[in-house]
Design a protein around this ligand. Structure first.
Ligand code: CA
Length: 542
């Protein structure tokens, strides 16, 4: 056969030997896809669950595997990571068949290792596309390459047209533009081209936006005026730089507080919430990186936007800062204009949300951009009356408020419905989006103040979270799963969070065993565990 390749390659019956494994939970979609593959001459095996997927793939050795988003037990992305973690199944090309084929969701799947994303239900004949994909996988082994190679190949195959923007509306804004499927331009901080795309794909939990067209203009439109409400904490040990930064920001209308080292900075950031925190990297007692890490662990402080100040213009540090949760990186020697435009950009979402609420207009809200605690406090301070309606991967949330009073809250995550302050806890842990609708609401004299409810919830979360995290770190093998939330969460989780979730399932004997099993840094394992506990996916008690 090898001597006759050029001719036999033309004979369609050769495809008979090509094995396609279809693992799709929904009966109608699975049957439809199986029928289409069979009519094209492929050998097809189909399953509605992924319980035995790893063993089945090992035994049957398909040339292509089609995975869906959710199953009765488990999620497609989790199954994908499991296949990728084993040498024997690592190189099986996998296609994700999804309802949500938005670019952010496509990136989520490319990050865990798929080569292609299809939208289901499928309206077109799959044969030509499948053949092209199978040939490409056989010839270039694209399925075994890194996420950038898979993204560029996917873009080419699907003729991608438009721009991926990561961290939109921040000074860290990164973008990659595609024209007719080819990468036209990519920028991220000091990086350009392919290295920029590599770094963009490493930012697992960064907000992503897809824009039609290939404009290289920054997305951030007119800069909103900061106004006198925007508070800034500047943490810097060199007195001259500290005063210069404070003066520049104060002159522009910000309310500035200063701290001279990392410990003082942390104390101030925990005592009062700031809109922006300007952090020098080289600080005594607790350095900038340590401070960033501690800020991220706190339920309120993690909502503040962080600008990193550095003595160097270092591209490694810029990208490290982005991964550590900072949203801008500025040189100390930089001009006032850069500092002020970064500050205006980062305070923009809160300024815009505040002025819309102040004008009693129905307001679209993004918790990731403004922070849930900040939003609830803003509703209290502005005496807004109406309903806050939010949604995220785990469920739906609603809070009714009037004249600074807390009237009612409901959180529905999976099949669990909670009300009152417990529902507020769920909102504070969420990063979803929604809107505030102004409405006539009857005020009850007995209703507590919203501001107090938020404070009590945050204090409780701080205490509980520290205690629960300590116990989880001590004995990660004895955590309880909420299977329903685990499945919902897995749709959006970062690869690190998915690995930790799977690692905990293996009942590790210690934290070190867990970290070794998932092959992640201890800090990354800790923050993934913290997030899983916060969202109720894992718990210390049943
Ligand atoms: Ca310093």
């Amino acid at each position: 056969m090898a001597s006759d390749d050029s001719r036999t390659g033309e004979i369609p019956t050769l495809d008979l030997q090509r094995r396609v494994f279809v693992a799709i939970a929904e009966d109608a979609l699975r049957r439809d896809l199986v029928g289409r593959f069979e009519r094209c001459g492929y050998a097809v095996r189909a399953e509605a669950t992924i319980d035995q997927l790893h063993e089945q793939v090992l035994a049957w050795r398909p040339e292509l595997l089609v995975l869906g988003e959710t199953y009765p037990r488990g999620s497609g992305r989790q199954a994908m990571l499991k296949l990728r973690s084993s040498g024997a199944t690592f190189s099986v090309p996998v296609v994700a068949a999804l309802e949500d084929v938005s670019v952010p969701n496509i990136l989520r799947w490319l990050r865990v290792g798929v080569v292609e994303v299809w939208r289901l239900p499928w309206s077109r004949d799959p044969a030509p596309r499948v053949k092209t994909l199978l040939d490409e996988c056989t010839e270039t082994l694209v399925q075994t390459a890194g996420p950038r190679t898979r993204l560029l190949a996917f873009a080419r195959r699907s003729g991608l047209e438009g721009t991926v923007v990561i961290y939109p509306d921040t000074p860290f804004e990164a973008r990659a533009s595609f024209v007719a499927g080819e990468l036209r331009d990519a920028r991220f901080g000091p990086l350009e081209g392919v290295p920029a795309v590599d770094q963009m794909l490493e930012l697992d939990d960064a907000p992503v936006r897809w824009v039609d067209g290939t404009s290289t203009e920054p997305l951030a439109r007119a800069l909103p005026r900061p106004g006198g409400r925007t508070t800034v904490l500047g943490v810097e040990d060199e007195a001259s730089v500290r005063e210069l930064v404070s003066r520049r920001l104060a002159t522009a209308g910000y309310q500035v507080t200063s701290a001279a080292d990392g410990v003082e900075g942390l104390q101030k950031a925990l005592a009062k919430s700031f809109d922006l925190i300007v952090v020098d990297l080289g600080l005594p007692r607790l350095d900038g990186w340590g401070l960033l890490r501690q800020l991220r662990e706190d339920v309120v402080a993690r909502e503040s936007a962080v600008l990193v100040l550095s003595a160097h213009d270092d591209e490694v540090d810029t990208l490290k800062a982005a991964r550590a949760g900072a949203r801008a990186y500025l040189k100390k020697s930089g001009r006032a204009k850069e500092l002020l435009s970064a500050a205006a950009l980062l305070s923009g979402p809160r300024v815009a949300t505040w002025s819309s609420l102040e004008a009693c207009r129905e307001t679209k809200v993004e918790l990731r951009a403004v922070g849930p605690v900040w939003l609830l406090r803003a509703l209290a301070e502005l005496d807004c009356a109406g309903r806050l309606e939010l949604e995220d991967a785990l469920g739906r949330y609603e809070v009714t408020v009037a004249k600074g009073q807390f009237l009612e809250a409901v959180a529905q995550t999976g099949s669990l419905r909670v009300t009152g302050p417990v529902a507020v806890e769920a909102i504070v842990s969420s990063r979803g989006e929604g809107r505030f609708v102004f409405a006539e609401v009857k005020v009850s004299p007995a209703a507590p103040w919203l501001y107090d409810v938020v404070d009590v919830v945050c204090d409780g979360l701080r205490k509980d979270h520290a205690r629960l995290l300590a116990r989880a770190l001590q004995d990660p093998g004895r955590l309880y799963f909420n299977e329903e939330l685990a499945q919902l969460f897995a749709r959006l989780a970062t690869p690190g969070e998915l690995k930790v979730l799977e690692g905990v399932r293996q009942a590790p004997t210690s934290f070190d065993a867990l970290a070794a099993g998932v092959a992640l840094e201890a800090d990354d394992v800790t923050s993934a565990l913290a997030e899983l506990l916060r969202r109720g996916v894992l718990s210390v008690e049943p």
